[in-house]
Design a protein around this ligand. Structure first.
Ligand SMILES: *[C@@H]1O[C@H](CO)[C@@H](O)[C@H](O)[C@H]1NC(C)=O
Ligand SMILES: [Zn+2]
Length: 249
């Protein structure tokens, strides 16, 4: 039985490149746009590039956080290095929670990488599964959701920049590529380099073979969030613009 299973796994692996765990952890079939657990004050489908409504932003740009027990010291230092990208380039400040009632709880024992978009009130989780999410780029990506951002490739101007090849998308996953119906422009145009952009095989029927997101510009190669080491400058600019009334610069 074990041998048969092993042979089957080898046969499949030989036929198509394996999907990296870092990708399956982020491209969750049951979550909105792959890694969004919920949206502050909104239903999925009413999403925007950046959340609209000051009440869904973190007051003063300050995001209190706690770590769940499962997050080990290596993971904590990785997550803090991701927070440092925000601290160095934006007005957002992640602070260890003292008694604030609204805060994020970062856990590593849940399944997949996901976050809510914006502040939903009370404790809200950011899931960074030890198995597949412990990459600085993935952490930055999920934290950017938590402060109020959606995905770059779902902006409603994306058709000028990428083509979605629905024939290569897994059956039932087409809605993962729905465009934002209306969204808040926060000062930057479409950027292939955004850390909020998915890679070229997101929800593909055949990883490494069948492309789902293809840049209009043939010279562009999309990079997965987990392969990035920092947010794009346009991401930082948009954060500062979204929080312009919250932060004291
Ligand atoms: C995961 O960690 C959180 C935070 O420490 C805890 O509340 C939860 O019970 C844990 N879940 C499991 C399945 O161990
Ligand atoms: Zn995401």
């Amino acid at each position: 039985m074990l041998l048969v299973t092993l042979l089957a796994v080898v046969a499949v692996a030989g036929a198509t490149p394996a999907v990296p765990r870092a990708a399956t952890a982020m491209y969750n079939p049951d979550l909105f746009q792959g890694d969004i657990k919920g949206i502050a004050g909104q239903e999925p489908g009413k999403e925007r590039a950046a959340i609209l409504g000051e009440q869904y932003l973190w007051p003063g740009g300050v995001v209190p956080y706690v770590f769940g027990n499962s997050v080990n010291s290596y993971e904590r230092s990785l997550i803090i290095s991701a927070m440092d990208d925000f601290h160095a380039r934006t007005c957002i400040r992640f602070v260890e929670r003292t008694s604030q009632s609204n805060y994020i709880e970062i856990v590593s024992n849940d399944s997949g990488c996901w976050s809510y978009v914006g502040t939903i009130g009370g404790k809200q989780r950011v899931s960074l599964d030890s198995n597949g999410c412990m990459y600085k780029g993935t952490v930055i990506h999920e934290l950017m959701h938590a402060i109020g951002f959606y995905h770059e490739h779902c902006r409603n101007d994306r058709d000028s920049y990428v083509t979605i090849h629905y024939e290569n998308v897994q059956a039932g996953m087409e809605s993962q590529f729905n465009k934002d119906t209306y969204w808040q422009y926060v000062g930057e145009g479409y950027n292939y380099e955004s850390i909020m952009h998915y890679g070229t095989y997101a929800f593909s029927v055949q990883w490494g073979v069948a492309k789902t997101i293809v840049p209009t510009d043939p010279n562009v190669i999309l990079t997965e969030a987990y392969d990035k080491l920092q947010m794009a400058q346009s991401d930082a600019n948009q954060i500062n613009n979204l929080y312009r009334n919250q932060c004291s610069f």
